[in-house]
Design a protein around this ligand. Structure first.
Ligand SMILES: *[C@@H]1O[C@H](CO)[C@@H](O)[C@H](O)[C@H]1NC(C)=O
Ligand SMILES: *[C@@H]1O[C@H](CO)[C@@H](O)[C@H](O)[C@H]1NC(C)=O
Ligand SMILES: *[C@@H]1O[C@H](CO)[C@@H](O)[C@H](O)[C@H]1NC(C)=O
Ligand SMILES: *[C@@H]1O[C@H](CO)[C@@H](O)[C@H](O)[C@H]1NC(C)=O
Ligand SMILES: CC(=O)N[C@H]1CO[C@H](CO)[C@@H](O)[C@@H]1O
Length: 544
């Protein structure tokens, strides 16, 4: 009863990609029957990258030649937003096409989190897997790692990466952070508390599908390993003759920054720039791999999960012109964790030779929420039923046939102010309205206080991208747009209230911690390596 082509694909895969989870139940090569050749998808998500970190966006940045080239060969999306300004909610929304108030993921998961993205939420990978795709996630997951929340049970055939942020555990390669964090201890006697800024209790794990293959992760070689696994996955998928979906969630530009070839002059700013160049080269390498196949039919979409982490000072990226002056004048940062533009306006590039026009810029109002419906539509698959989506199918925009993105876009609270996940800021055309404002922790340690605004604070981004001067509530401009803003706000709340809304389990239990060897003080894979000979050992492979 098994399709012989499917068997052939399996054998080829088994030969070149160990650690793959096979899904025998999938229909195979449906497009061979319908005549529609399904495209491949590569989504690259950078971490904590700023809008101004992309040279093509911001002339002051000179460290992204490969990304700039990608922009000149594809479409640059300049009014593109992450669905939240912090990690887990942003990623959950990318993979479900729904805001956190619907999919349940409103703040970050912890090392000890029992749950993750609710199991009755359907991920993009699940939809594509059912449509015959070979699927992989390489890099940071951060949507739950315990039991069935692990990526291999959320639609991904293959997983290689760290299940959360790479500052959520100690390593032997601590890299650059602010404050600096110590290396993992070897003995309980040497365990030291380094304050709440560093996670020191458990070493950072690296997974290959459901096994821990390294703990602690060697961060120095991580980027090269990600690049190698990504390349290998693409090559294997090609051999299998199945369409593929690769979700590459980079560790760059999140702290700690660990650079394989540290800059000779290592001022803190040089470290950030070197890391940015490393990420840029990584993307360039992947694009080269994609371009190397004549018959390649791949959409490459590059973007970020949220804005720069300002409290990391010189180790944080650039927001470009989106400096959030109104907030900064009151203290606190206006980047990651906030609903100011610097928090959620992210670089975005779409590349697909022959399909997406080259060297063009789109000013359509778009979001990472759109990736789900757009990719599902391009794959000729169906959206999962019984729920509403916040994203739109924007393939017409990508193909240069439309300039219309969202009429309204909603920005959920992401840690800086207000209840997490609650919508208190929105975009309507060129207007940005805030019912609640607040800053995140800034480099100088200040935190902008939470303030409520009724009527909402409103900025015209067309002439005030820095969100400096709110419109006078008595002005005709404010009066003209206020009713539409109020209606949009009421409508979204009503829409969510009548939707099928999931709830995430945020409970914690130390038993949920990924741990290679509970006998060791920080769960090290190798129990009794002698630290005096640390240079001679290699990573241990353990099946945890
Ligand atoms: C980490 O990887 C780098 C590059 O491969 C290597 O030079 C270094 O020895 C490794 N460090 C540890 C602690 O294993
Ligand atoms: C891209 O467009 C700009 C003008 O918008 C032009 O100066 C540049 O040469 C173009 N680049 C390529 C590679 O076509
Ligand atoms: C919610 O789910 C039920 C079935 O589980 C379905 O009948 C209903 O239409 C769904 N609601 C929405 C808004 O999709
Ligand atoms: C998920 O399950 C919960 C609890 O049964 C329900 O309230 C929610 O509507 C479900 N979500 C979806 C998208 O169906
Ligand atoms: C969940 C799962 O099935 N994981 C697979 C990971 O890879 C190994 C081989 O390397 C398989 O045996 C497992 O089945």
């Amino acid at each position: 009863m098994m399709d012989p082509l499917f068997l052939k694909a399996l054998l080829l895969l088994a030969g070149c990609l160990t650690g793959l989870v096979y899904h025998l139940s999938n229909p195979f090569l449906e497009e061979k029957r319908t005549g529609y050749e399904k495209p491949n998808f590569v989504i690259i998500l950078a971490d904590d990258i700023g809008w101004g970190d992309l040279g093509a966006n911001w002339a002051e940045t000179e460290d992204t030649p490969h990304l700039d080239k990608l922009a000149s060969e594809g479409m640059r999306l300049v009014d593109f937003h992450s669905a939240a300004s912090t990690c887990s909610p942003s990623r959950a929304s990318l993979l479900t096409g729904r805001l956190g108030t619907r999919n349940g993921v409103t703040h970050n998961f912890a090392v000890t989190s029992v749950g993750g993205l609710p199991l009755n939420e359907t991920t993009l990978a699940e939809v594509l897997q059912d449509a015959g795709y070979l699927t992989a996630v390489i890099g940071k997951w951060h949507l739950g790692h315990n039991g069935l929340y692990h990526p291999n049970f959320r639609g991904f055939d293959y997983y290689f990466g760290i299940p959360y942020s790479h500052d959520m555990g100690c390593t032997d390669t601590p890299g650059y952070n602010l404050p600096p964090c110590p290396a993992c201890p070897w003995h309980s006697a040497s365990t030291s508390s380094s304050g709440k800024d560093c996670y020191t209790e458990v070493a950072l794990p690296l997974f290959e599908n459901i096994s821990i293959v390294q703990q602690p992760v060697n961060l120095t070689s991580l980027a090269a390993e990600y690049a190698e696994k990504a390349t290998r996955f693409i090559r294997c998928a090609r051999k299998s003759e199945r369409p593929f979906f690769l979700y590459l969630a980079l560790a760059h530009m999140h702290v700690p920054l660990v650079i394989a070839q540290p800059p000779s002059c290592s001022s803190v700013r040089e470290v950030y720039r070197a890391s940015l160049r490393e990420m840029d080269a990584f993307v360039g390498r992947l694009k080269e791999e994609i371009d190397s196949s004549q018959e390649e039919n791949t959409l490459l979409w590059f973007t970020g999960d949220n804005g720069p982490w300002a409290q990391k000072c010189e180790l944080a990226g650039s927001v470009g012109p989106f400096i959030g002056t109104w907030q900064r004048q009151r203290g606190g940062s206006s980047a990651k964790q906030t609903t100011w533009e610097g928090g959620h306006r992210v670089p975005a590039l779409a590349y697909w030779p022959g399909k997406i026009p080259a060297n063009v810029t789109s000013a359509a109002l778009l979001s990472t929420l759109d990736i789900f419906p757009t990719v599902v539509s391009l794959a000729n698959a169906a959206l999962p039923p019984h729920r509403r989506f916040d994203g739109l199918d924007v393939s017409d925009v990508l193909f240069g046939q439309s300039h219309n993105g969202h009429k309204t876009l909603f920005h959920p609270n992401s840690g800086a102010a207000g209840k997490d996940g609650e919508i208190k800021a929105l975009r309507l055309a060129q207007y940005k309205a805030f019912y609640t404002t607040g800053g995140a922790k800034a480099c100088d340690g200040s935190i902008g206080l939470e303030e409520h605004h009724d009527p909402p604070l409103m900025f015209n981004l067309e002439r005030d991208a820095q969100e400096q001067e709110p419109l006078d509530t008595k002005s005709s401009e404010y009066q003209a747009v206020f009713p539409a803003v109020n209606r949009a706000f009421a409508d979204i709340l009503q829409d969510i209230a009548t939707d099928n809304v999931s709830t995430a389990d945020y409970s914690r239990n130390p038993a949920a911690t990924p741990c290679c060897n509970p006998q060791h003080v920080v769960c090290r894979c190798q129990p009794c390596r002698n630290p005096d000979h640390s240079g001679t050992t290699q990573s241990t492979h353990s099946q945890a």
